[in-house]
Design a protein around this ligand. Structure first.
Ligand code: 5AD
Ligand code: SF4
Length: 439
């Protein structure tokens, strides 16, 4: 049961594969003997969701005392063995660096019902995990290139829960990517909290992120390459240029801006200005005019005035992000912003969030509408919720990450590429018709 960011999703996928290769099976909630919950504490809401899930899982333990729960990820790192007091059926807590040890630890716990184990230590190196070299792979896969973060943005708990930045050796990244592509993966996403500073910590092996991108992109058979997340202060000119030069690097970039006013950016400790961010956007568009930009925005950071918020709105209008994730600032335990004065009242945060999201929805709709009449290459992710009575409908993403739904007769298209003509734009997705063969 997975909450939170793509790194958690990737961790949970790896754990599933590792457990299946040891003879475990994924089953439905009612049949499970062990629940593995991967948690998120980046904001208050996802953290609350974890506690309500654990409350619900207690009913399974009440029915069958052999059932137990393992809690991993950021809440586990933060609360640690404290879980054992509140939820005695939690018998394993593990942080990101403990993940590599989880398969064998679960085996041990299943045999010894009296034991509890915590894997919460931060390691001094990137903990390599066993690679599952056989078994089915999806058309899309995530590959970790680093762990942790050194930035300590004032609002953010990640450096405390995921530890200091540790780059993974480039050869290990290449081996995993190569193995996935050989087995059928067509799209890779390189993952890290701050991929642009890959290799710049003392664990790096001298390979820069730009060089790593080039090496991964040249794996024969790789159709699409993406990466996330980028910190604007660390994006190198070589990475910007790669968008104009590397044919399989997708024309999309998630570049969290967080705020549009220099005063708020400074208080957040983001180490760039509005002008610097806009310069990066200009150079990205010069390198790749059709690049789709997405972002994260926090409203109501302590001290954010009405004028500061106006500057966030004006930046959004200026950049015209394809989409954005926006959040009300929430206090996280132990971060610098928790102790800052001038907290913005809850109602005011809600008001600003609604205004920002209305603006973004209009821009998203306009940007999607601009694609009507064009053709896109779509990597199909599976069946679409939208259904036609006679034919199956499929859902996938174009190279810029826009969701495209289209009907098609015949075989399962999951994992296939299709050329699709865009016929209409909806609020958050596109509708099209298939043109020619799929591959
Ligand atoms: N409050 C609100 N949003 C936050 N984020 C991180 N920490 C907080 C917080 N304390 C947002 C940032 C980040 C995204 C993953 O979550 O926008 O980019
Ligand atoms: Fe958090 Fe800032 Fe690191 Fe992103 S760069 S994980 S926002 S501290």
């Amino acid at each position: 049961m997975t909450f939170g960011c793509q790194m958690n999703v990737a961790d949970a996928d790896w754990l599933t594969q590792a457990l299946v290769s040891r003879g475990w099976a994924a089953v439905s909630e009612g049949e499970a003997q062990v629940f593995v919950v991967t948690t998120c504490s980046v904001r208050e809401k996802p953290e609350q969701k974890v506690y309500s899930l654990l409350g619900r899982l207690k009913s399974h333990v009440d029915r069958n005392p052999d059932v137990f729960v393992a809690v991993g990820g950021c809440v586990a790192q933060q609360v640690g063995e404290g879980f054992w007091e509140r939820f005695p059926f939690v018998r394993l807590v593990f942080g990101t660096d403990g993940m590599a040890m989880v398969p064998q630890t679960l085996e041990r716990l299943a045999i010894h019902p009296d034991q509890r184990i915590s894997l919460l230590d931060f390691l001094d190196h990137y903990p390599e995990r066993e690679l599952t070299q056989d078994g089915a792979v999806g058309a899309q896969a995530f590959v970790n290139i680093m762990q942790g973060c050194d930035n300590f943005c004032a609002y953010c708990i990640v450096p405390y829960t995921r530890g200091r930045q540790k780059s993974r050796a480039s050869d290990a990244v290449l081996t995993e990517c190569g193995s996935l592509v050989r087995r059928g993966t067509r799209e890779l996403t390189l993952l890290g909290q701050n991929v642009n500073s890959y290799g710049q910590d003392r664990h790096g092996d001298g390979t820069s992120f730009a060089a790593l991108l080039q090496r991964v992109a040249s794996i024969p058979g790789l159709l699409r390459l993406k990466f996330t997340t980028s910190h604007p202060k660390d994006i190198a000119p070589e990475v910007v240029e790669a968008f104009g030069q590397v044919p399989n690097l997708c024309p999309q970039l998630h570049l969290p801006v967080q705020a549009g006013s220099d005063a708020v950016l400074k208080a957040m400790g983001r180490k760039y200005t509005r002008a610097h961010y806009l310069d990066i956007v200009r150079s990205l568009r010069a390198a790749c005019p059709h690049i789709a930009l997405t972002t994260d925005i926090i409203v109501g950071f302590p001290g954010e005035t009405a004028q500061d918020f106006e500057e966030t709105l004006s930046l959004v209008k200026q950049v015209r992000f394809l989409s954005s994730f926006s959040f009300k600032y929430s206090d996280r335990p132990g971060v610098r912003a928790e102790k800052m004065g001038l907290k913005v009242p809850e109602e005011e945060k809600s008001r600003r969030l609604a205004i920002l999201q209305d603006l973004q929805n209009c821009i998203t709709a306009e940007e999607l509408a601009r694609t009507v009449g064009t053709e896109a290459e779509v990597l199909v992710e599976g069946r679409s919720k939208m259904q036609d009575s006679d034919v199956h409908c499929w859902k996938g993403r174009d190279e810029a990450g826009r969701i495209v739904n289209f009907p098609a007769q015949g075989d399962d298209l999951t994992g296939k590429m299709a050329r699709v003509r865009i016929l209409a734009a909806k609020k958050h997705s596109l509708l099209g018709e298939i043109r020619g063969d799929v591959w």
